[in-house]
Design a protein. Structure first.
Length: 145
């Protein structure tokens, strides 16, 4: 579960900063642009985590990483991101509508942190279900940890 949280949190941070850097006024853009960037970045980071885990850097390892993310982690990432996006939509439209939430304000990042907490809570049942069914195997701690 913590891997999914890492993917989604890093995806949120990287995507929001990158999208803010490449456009003039994010307050005028529809929220789905941010959400698509956040989701795609979370999935990309999940694939990169899988690719760089363990030895070897081959082309076949890229396909293995894509397959593992699609088979194992995509469901938890999606549950996490849906809760994050639901909270952010609520924050943008109802809770903090004025001034518009933008990545250059601390209020935006505070709202984002609350959304990440909501995402973690929402993805927990999905990850637990996957663990119970043997679909997800969390790494064991090493003796020297």
């Amino acid at each position: 579960m913590s891997r999914c949280g890492a993917h989604c949190a890093l995806g949120f941070i990287v995507a929001e900063v990158a999208l803010y850097a490449v456009r003039f006024d994010p307050a005028e853009d529809p929220l789905w642009v941010d959400y698509a960037g956040d989701y795609l970045m979370a999935v990309t980071i999940a694939v990169l985590f899988r690719y760089f885990a363990g030895p070897g850097r081959r082309l076949s390892k890229v396909w293995q990483a894509l397959s593992n993310v699609g088979r194992i982690e995509l469901l938890t990432i999606t549950a996490f991101e849906v809760a994050l996006f639901a909270w952010l939509t609520l924050a943008h439209r109802v809770v903090l509508p004025e001034p518009p939430l933008r990545p250059d304000s601390p209020t935006f990042w505070f709202a984002g942190q609350l959304g990440l907490i909501a995402g973690f809570i929402a993805a927990w049942p999905t990850a637990s279900w996957q663990l119970g069914r043997g679909l997800r195997i969390e790494p064991r701690r090493l003796p020297y940890d």
